[in-house]
Structure formats: structure tokens, C-alpha cells
Write a protein that binds this ligand. Structure first.
Ligand SMILES: Nc1ccccc1C(=O)C[C@H](N)C(=O)O
Ligand SMILES: [Zn+2]
Ligand SMILES: [Zn+2]
Length: 213
């Protein structure tokens, strides 16, 4: 029997020395701990990486001392049906009025595309945040996960993290730093698993969208 192969889109940043970094974050460093030679049969690397580098999942521990670390979060929110919302017309924040609520009603996972083109190679300090009201409305509709193509749900200078707090109220999960340049608004399957980092307040993820057949 013929079975169609679903298309897969990689929506992750590459991790390397040109990955844009949140100001003050440690540079990405890959070192070689062992190299192939007459004495050694293998290459072995070690990586220095801030946990919020590139495409990542915030653990609840990031915004609450009582929250779970990456190793202790359930995986179900990170796998399953997902809606990509095109909000490229937004300004400083994605507001209620920027969203097409017909497509978002009852969505379990929502990824916001704010960028026309992802700012590869430089840090964009004026990235669009998500208004807490948007998260509240998604939470009321039963959402499990919110994602964005920017480095944070809250503005870079936020001291109160209002949108993260709104996420916490519904015990939802967060993906940040997605790359949605090639993704049209619509429905997909999301797969984006955090590493089981003990005590981790976030984890890099390899996030992909799979075509729904
Ligand atoms: N590295 C940081 C250093 C200081 C303050 C915030 C960050 C973040 O990375 C924010 C983050 N991506 C967030 O989850 O909103
Ligand atoms: Zn983060
Ligand atoms: Zn965050």
C-alpha cells in the first residue's frame, strides 16, 4: 500500500559562534577533548552553552523557584498538534488584535511568527514580545504550549516577566528562538523535546514541524 511521507521542517537555529546571544550570555564554545591520532581512535567534543541559547524550551524553574527543572517536566506539551500564527504585522508586542482567533480557538500549541526574516548573525534587542492578555486567552482555550521566533515572550528589559507569569498560571510550556521563516500559517505536528538536564532552567531543543496528512 502507498503511504505518503510527511514533510518535515526544521524550525531550530544552528548552534555555533554566530548564533545571536542574549546580552551577557557566555559565547558558544565547542572544544575538542580528544582527537583522532595514532593513540586515539575518536574525536570527542565538549560544549559550553547558556541554556537559553538559540532555540530552547524554558523550564518552569526559569520563572519560579518552585517550578520544575528541565529533567522533571512532562514531555506531552512538546509533542502534538500545533498552530502557527502569522503575526508579522505586530509592533512592540503581539496583541489580542494581531491574532486570528478563529484559527487559535482551542489550539493546544501555538507558535507565533513575528519576523519576516530571522535575524541571523546579530542580536535584535527590539524583538516583539507577546502580550500577557494573549497568553491568558490561549490558556482559557486550553493551550499547553506557546512558542515564538523571538528570544523571549517578555521584552528584553522586563523586570516583571508578566507574560511568563501568565504562562505559569496555566502551567504551560514555552519555546523561544524558533525559526519560522519558511513556515506558512496553519496546522502542523510539533516535535521539540528538551534535554533532561537536572536543575536546568531551560534546555536547547531541536524543534521540527511535521506535515499533517
Ligand atoms: N539569558 C538571559 C539572561 C538574563 C535574563 C534573561 C535571559 C534570557 O535568556 C531570557 C529568556 N530567553 C527568557 O526565557 O525569556
Ligand atoms: Zn528562555
Ligand atoms: Zn522565556
Amino acid at each position: 500500500m502507498f503511504r505518503a511521507t510527511p514533510r518535515i521542517w526544521d524550525i531550530s537555529q544552528r548552534i555555533g559562534t554566530s548564533t545571536p546571544l542574549w546580552p551577557g550570555e557566555p559565547p558558544v564554545r565547542l572544544s575538542r577533548r580528544a582527537e583522532i591520532s595514532s593513540d586515539c581512535p575518536v574525536n570527542v567534543g565538549a560544549l559550553t552553552l547558556g541554556l537559553h541559547t538559540g532555540t530552547h524550551a524554558d523550564a518552569p524553574l526559569h520563572y519560579s523557584n518552585a517550578g520544575a527543572a528541565s529533567a522533571d517536566t512532562q514531555l506531552a506539551p512538546y509533542i502534538g498538534p500545533c498552530v502557527v500564527a502569522d503575526v508579522r504585522g505586530c509592533h512592540a508586542r503581539v496583541e489580542i488584535g494581531d491574532c486570528d482567533w478563529d484559527t487559535l480557538a482551542g489550539a493546544q500549541r501555538v507558535l507565533f511568527r513575528t519576523y519576516e526574516r530571522f535575524p541571523y548573525g546579530h542580536w535584535d534587542e527590539n524583538f516583539a514580545a507577546i502580550a500577557p492578555e494573549v497568553v491568558a486567552r490561549l490558556r482559557e482555550g486550553g493551550a499547553l504550549l506557546i512558542g515564538t521566533d523571538t528570544p523571549s515572550l517578555d521584552p528584553q528589559n522586563s523586570k516583571t516577566m508578566d507574560t511568563h507569569k501568565e504562562v505559569l498560571r496555566g502551567d504551560m510550556r514555552i519555546l523561544e528562538g524558533l525559526v519560522l521563516d519558511d513556515i506558512s500559517a496553519g496546522e502542523y505536528e510539533l516535535i521539540s523535546l528538551p534535554l533532561a538536564i537536572e536543575g536546568g532552567d531551560a534546555s536547547p531543543v531541536r524543534a521540527v514541524l511535521r506535515e499533517l496528512l
